[in-house]
Ligand binder design. Structure first.
Ligand code: COA
Length: 158
């Protein structure tokens, strides 16, 4: 059983994340989508809301688990028996940050590899803050997020 951990803020999850997740599932038997709790980031959705959204958005995919951690991703991965971390690269600008992050993770635990997936060109401009801004500006974001995200925004408005 080859397990990978896909860490991120997922505030909210987008079709870009889901594309990376599907592709990771074609290589790994199980992928744990891990919400890494970052108290420095101002979040739109709570951790519990994000977990529910991701569970709903991935209910038709087999081999997916959703969890959260306030510790190091590599420590979580080790405990979960994972052999790899998954990250998506959207543009050259992501590279420097990802290079540094993977080096820090390798320093912390050299037995866990980071596997990168190149984003599809249709999703390269998407980020969670872009989605939140477009939504705030009353732009239809339905092509960019799963239905579970749209429903979560509606619940927030009430
Ligand atoms: N499609 C769409 N958007 C994507 C994307 C994709 N394929 N890949 C990344 N993004 C966006 C995210 O939506 C996010 O947007 P935002 O900044 O507007 O919210 C942005 O790119 C950053 O990506 P994200 O994956 O959420 O990473 P992050 O920078 O918030 O967090 C962690 C990176 C969580 C992986 C890292 O901080 C971590 O592992 N933290 C735990 C502590 C730790 O182990 N630190 C490392 C050792 S020091």
């Amino acid at each position: 059983m080859r397990i990978a951990v896909y860490p991120g803020s997922f505030d909210p999850i987008t079709i870009g994340h889901l594309d990376i997740l599907r592709r990771a599932l074609s290589i790994f038997d199980k992928v744990i989508v891990l919400i890494a709790i970052n108290p420095k980031k101002k979040n739109v959705f709570s951790v519990e809301e994000r977990i529910k959204i991701i569970q709903e958005a991935t209910k038709d995919l087999s081999g997916v688990e959703v969890d959260s951690t306030d510790g190091l991703t590599v420590n979580y991965a080790k405990k979960a028996g994972a052999v790899a971390l998954i990250r998506g690269l959207r543009a050259v600008t992501d590279f420097e940050y990802e290079f540094q992050l993977s080096a820090a993770n390798t320093f912390a635990d050299s037995s866990i590899e980071t596997v990168f997936f190149m984003s599809r060109k249709e999703t390269t401009f998407i980020s969670s803050s872009t989605i939140n801004e477009l939504y705030e500006g009353a732009i239809d974001i339905s092509p960019l997020v799963p239905t579970a995200v749209l429903e979560a925004y509606k619940r927030k408005k009430k």
